[in-house]
Write a protein that binds this ligand. Structure first.
Ligand code: GDP
Length: 444
């Protein structure tokens, strides 16, 4: 994904600085070189790379870290702020009546993005319509029709008409019941004058509130010229970066954002109508730098809690703090973990846990952990309620029976009991700390 490489290489460099309270000029030089190398190899425009790295260097050398802040964290915060400043806020798209015009070269993903965006707006309670004005690309009409059907949104197009400007005009009339109009336009292989003329005319008729440039994440240096031309002719307010699920580097798209002085509106991450994300700069860059994405993490935890029905009356996390920690508690915890999704994704969202620590784990460590949780869960299903409530009373005979019942080995049952003991000990430590309120806050 965009700048994926930046995250891991930068973390490597920064980790070498762990424990240092002051950074030398050479340290900073090394960090800046690493940033430059990553950005350039991700196809970010050279002048942009220079500007960004100069800012980071200047600030790291001149600004004083706040008292008690390790030098490494201080530099990381500067890199973060500069990247946020470069990428900027997400393109503003109020959840109200509006018209959006999509521009871009053929194959960039306009038609797909139009349907995806319409789907996205529909999940926000609005009524979107897609208007297909591409008379140039054979198949554009059918594709748009089919995708908007899947997205369950309104659609207008006319495969027999020849004048895209007329289709746009008619489309707006025919879909007047919709709140959000998304107008898809034709692309060409390269920027030809007639494409520019055509889109300018469509823009005149449609009078969009927002014009978005759709860019394939694989676009490299060409992004700059393209962005400039579209910006001059219709004015670009934001960028949609598509195909981020591939191996694309995405740096060109960042260049385009800078070139048009715009921002990123959406990210496309697949071929299905639901494969779209609204761009959130803070979370995106934090994840990239291995600083965690607390917003996303909180959302996942809440979802997982709901799925596990943790907040049902019969099980309250707080109970663990008051009385005995039982195997039932442990099972609930594991289910919640499972519901949060793949562990490695979750780890990326935990501040200080993504990247750095994760990179040091063997590749399959995460799978093993998840596999282990599944085995534990199967074993617990073969236990009686009494055994789960008083695991300490489980003896050799019971271990043998539980192993047989769950189709696992006795060794695994012992492992589970060992894990339980460790967790119980940790919980006891919590219980011995501070006020109850404080403990509950920590547990949450
Ligand atoms: P247009 O010519 O700009 O309208 O481009 P299309 O919407 O037809 O997209 C071109 C190709 O890219 C199609 O095969 C799409 O399925 C594919 N595509 C578009 N967006 C994405 C994406 O986010 N991920 C992937 N994997 N493919 C995409």
């Amino acid at each position: 994904m965009v700048l994926d490489d930046l995250g891991s290489s930068l973390r490597g460099t920064l980790d070498k600085l762990r424990g240092k309270s002051r950074l030398s000029e050479e340290d900073i030089e090394e960090i800046v070189k690493e940033i430059q190398r990553s950005l350039l190899s991700a196809d970010v425009d050279v002048s942009l790379v220079m500007e960004l790295s100069d800012n980071i260097k200047e600030r790291s050398l001149e600004e004083e870290p706040p008292a008690g802040t390790p030098a490494r964290d201080f530099v990381l915060s500067i890199v973060y702020e500069e990247l946020v400043a470069l990428i900027g806020e997400s393109t503003e798209l109020p959840l109200e009546e509006q018209t959006i015009l999509l521009a871009g070269l053929q194959g960039s993903g306009k038609t797909t993005s139009a349907a995806k965006m319409a789907w996205w707006f529909s999940t926000k309670g609005l009524r979107p319509a897609v208007i297909q004005t591409d008379t140039f690309r054979p198949g554009a009409y059918d594709q748009a029709k089919e995708m908007t059907q899947r997205a369950e949104v309104d659609f207008y197009g006319n495969p027999d008409a020849e004048d895209p400007v007329e289709i746009a005009r008619k489309g707006l009339e025919e879909t007047s019941e919709a709140d959000v109009h998304i107008v898809d336009t034709a692309g060409r292989h390269a920027l030809e004058d007639d494409l520019i003329d055509e889109i300018e005319q469509i823009e005149g008729v449609v009078e969009p509130d927002t014009s978005l440039l759709v860019l394939d994440a694989a676009i490299g240096q060409g992004a700059k010229d393209q962005a400039q031309q579209f910006d001059e002719s219709i004015g670009i307010d934001g960028v949609v970066i598509t195909k981020l699920d591939g191996t694309a580097k995405g740096g060109g798209a960042l260049t385009a954002v800078d070139q048009t002085d715009s921002s990123i509106a959406f990210l496309g991450t697949g071929e299905e109508v639901q494969d779209i994300e609204r761009f959130e700069p803070d979370g995106f860059i934090s994840r990239l730098l291995g600083m965690g994405d607390l917003g996303q993490l909180t959302e996942r935890v809440e979802r997982a809690m709901q799925q596990t029905e943790m907040d049902e009356e019969d099980w309250e996390p707080e109970d663990m703090l008051q009385g005995q920690f039982t195997l039932n508690d442990m099972q609930k915890q594991m289910e919640a973990m499972n519901n949060m999704g793949p562990l490695d994704q979750v780890m990326d969202m935990i501040p200080g846990f993504g990247g750095g620590i994760k990179d040091q784990l063997p590749d399959d460590a995460m799978d093993v952990t998840q596999e282990r949780m599944r085995t534990f869960s199967v074993i617990m299903d073969s236990m009686t309620d009494a055994e789960k409530e008083y695991p300490k009373a489980i003896g050799a005979n019971q271990i043998e029976r539980i192993a047989r019942g769950s189709g696992t080995e006795e060794e695994k049952v012992r492992e589970l009991l060992q894990q339980y003991k460790m967790m119980e000990k940790t919980i006891k430590q919590f219980q011995g700390m501070g006020s109850e309120q404080e403990m509950q806050r920590m547990m949450k």
